[in-house]
Design a protein around this ligand. Structure first.
Ligand code: AMP
Ligand code: MG
Length: 427
C-alpha cells in the first residue's frame, strides 16, 4: 500500500495548514474505496441499504400494452379527417380482465386505466371528451395516433439493468424491485464505525456533573448521524487524555471497524502528544481547514499492526459540538457514503436564498452558519439562528439549513443572496 502521507503531500493544492474545504473532501474521497462484503436480504429489509449488484429486469414493465387513462380504445385509422367520429361500442376492457374480441373498423371499446389494449388499437380518447348516445360513441376531433397507450417495456426492458449497483435504495427503488417480482437483493454490508470522545473534562450521562466538567454530547450527535447513515456503530465511550488509554482505544477500534471517529484532542494545545501517538499507530495528517467552525481535523489510517493488516480510516474531529457536526456533514458523510459503496457520491444539494440579516465574513475561509428558512411572498429567505459560536449546539437544533458562505466571499448585506444547504430531506 502506498503511503497516505506521501500521496497527500504530492497532491495539487495541498496545504495542510490552510486547506480549502472542497479540496479536503476531494483528497479524502480519492483515498477511500468501498468496503468489501455483500449479503442477500429481503426487499423490505433493503430499504436504505446500498445495492451491491445491478438489478436486472427479468420482465418488461409494463409487461403488456395498456391504457394510461380511462376512456375509449380505438384505431386511429378510423378517425375522421375533420369533425367528430362516430364509433360503435362493442364492449369493455378492465384492468386485469382484457377485452376478448377484436376491435374492427368503426368499432371501439370502453377501456379502464391499466387494461390491456386490444390488438390493432393505437389510440385512447379520454372519457371526459367523449359523448355516448346509446350504442354510438362520439369522439371529438383532435385525437392522435399513440395517444394514451403505455407500451410494453416502456419503463423497463427484460434483460436490462433496472437499478444500478451503488444505488442507496429508497422507497422508489424498493417499489421497482417489487414491480419486477423480485423478493431478494444483494446489498453491501454496513460500514462499521467505532467512535469515542476524548477529554478529561467529559462526563457521561448518569453521573453528576463535577466542577468544570461538561456532559459528553458529541458521542450522541455522532451516533445519531451515523445511525441515520445506516452504519453499524461501535460506541467506545469517553477516553481520557492519556497516551496509554488512547493507544489502547485506537488499537481496539482499528481491530473491529472500517472507520474510527473521535472528537476532541486535535486542537493546537493537544495535537502534539496525539501527533506522536498517531505516528506510532499509523499514518495521520493533521489539517487546518480554511473553514469555520471546524478548523482542526486529523485524517488518515490507523494500522497499529503494520500496513499489511486491515486497520481503519481515522477522522479526528474537533471537540466543539457544532464543529463536530459541520465537519461530519462536510467530510465524514461523503466518506461514509463512499465506503458504503454509494456511487456516485454527489455533493449535498444547495440553492440560493435571500438572507434577511447582515453577516460579517472575511475572504479566505468557508463558513457554515446555521440558518432558518422561511418563505416571503413565494421567495425562499433565510435568517441566521443567532449566536453562532462553535460550542452553541442550540444553533444546530434551531436550524433547518446551513448558510454556506463561500471561501472567497466577503461580508453579506441584508437582502443579499446566499447559498443554503438543507439539513432535511424527503423520506
Ligand atoms: P478540544 O477540541 O478537545 O479542545 O475541545 C474543544 C471544546 O469542545 C471544549 O470546550 C470541550 O470541552 C468541548 N468538547 C470536547 N469534546 C466534547 C464532547 N464529547 N461533548 C461536548 N463537548 C465537548
Ligand atoms: Mg479536549
Amino acid at each position: 500500500m502506498t503511503s497516505i502521507l506521501q500521496t497527500l503531500s504530492c497532491a495539487d493544492n495541498y496545504d495542510p495548514n490552510s486547506l480549502h474545504v472542497d479540496r479536503a473532501r476531494e483528497l479524502i474521497l480519492d483515498l477511500l474505496s468501498p468496503v468489501g462484503g455483500h449479503e442477500r436480504i429481503f426487499v423490505r429489509q433493503a430499504l436504505d441499504r446500498v445495492l451491491a449488484d445491478d438489478v436486472i429486469s427479468p420482465i418488461d414493465v409494463p409487461s403488456h400494452d395498456n391504457s394510461a387513462m380511462d376512456g375509449w380504445a380505438l384505431r386511429s385509422c378510423d378517425l375522421a379527417a375533420s369533425g367528430e367520429t362516430r364509433l360503435k361500442n362493442i364492449g369493455t376492457a378492465f384492468a386485469g380482465r382484457a377485452f376478448a374480441g377484436i376491435v374492427g373498423a368503426g368499432e371501439t371499446v370502453r377501456i379502464m386505466t391499466g387494461a390491456v389494449l386490444p390488438p390493432g388499437v393505437d389510440c385512447v380518447a379520454i372519457q371526459e371528451v367523449v359523448r355516448v348516445e346509446g350504442d354510438a360513441v362520439i369522439i371529438p376531433p383532435g385525437q392522435r395516433r399513440e395517444q394514451n397507450p403505455r407500451r410494453a417495456g416502456e419503463d423497463l426492458q427484460a434483460g436490462r439493468p433496472a437499478i444500478p449497483a451503488g444505488k442507496k435504495l429508497r422507497p422508489a427503488e424498493i417499489g421497482i424491485i417489487a414491480s419486477l417480482g423480485i423478493g431478494e437483493v444483494s446489498v453491501r454490508r454496513r460500514v462499521r464505525v467505532a467512535l469515542f470522545s476524548t477529554g478529561d473534562e467529559l462526563c457521561s450521562i448518569g453521573t453528576p456533573l463535577a466542577e468544570g466538567a461538561v456532559y459528553d454530547s458529541n458521542r450522541y450527535t455522532l451516533w445519531g448521524m451515523l445511525t441515520r447513515l445506516g452504519c453499524e456503530v461501535i460506541d467506545m465511550g469517553v477516553v481520557r487524555d492519556d497516551p496509554a488509554a488512547l493507544e489502547a482505544a485506537f488499537r481496539e477500534a482499528a481491530g473491529c471497524a472500517d472507520a474510527i471517529i473521535t472528537s476532541g484532542g486535535v486542537s493546537v494545545g493537544e495535537a502534539d502528544f496525539i501527533k506522536r501517538l498517531m505516528a506510532q499507530l499509523g499514518e495521520v495528517a493533521f489539517w487546518k481547514i480554511a473553514m469555520k467552525p471546524g478548523r482542526p481535523m486529523a485524517f488518515g489510517r490507523i494500522q497499529p499492526d503494520g500496513p499489511e493488516r486491515p486497520g481503519a480510516w481515522l477522522f479526528g474531529l474537533p471537540g466543539n459540538p457544532v464543529a463536530v457536526m459541520v465537519t461530519f456533514y462536510q467530510f465524514v458523510l461523503p466518506a461514509i457514503l463512499k465506503l458504503a459503496g454509494v456511487a456516485p457520491v454527489k455533493p449535498v444539494p444547495a440553492f440560493p436564498a435571500r438572507c434577511t440579516e447582515p453577516m460579517k465574513k472575511g475572504p479566505g475561509r468557508t463558513e457554515f452558519q446555521r440558518g432558518i428558512l422561511f418563505q416571503d411572498n413565494g421567495e425562499w429567505c433565510v435568517r441566521p439562528t443567532g449566536a453562532q459560536g462553535s460550542g452553541v449546539l442550540r444553533s444546530m437544533a434551531e436550524a433547518d439549513c446551513f448558510i454556506v458562505l463561500e471561501h472567497e466571499r466577503g461580508t453579506v448585506g441584508a437582502g443579499d443572496t446566499v447559498t443554503v444547504q438543507l439539513m432535511t430531506g424527503l423520506v
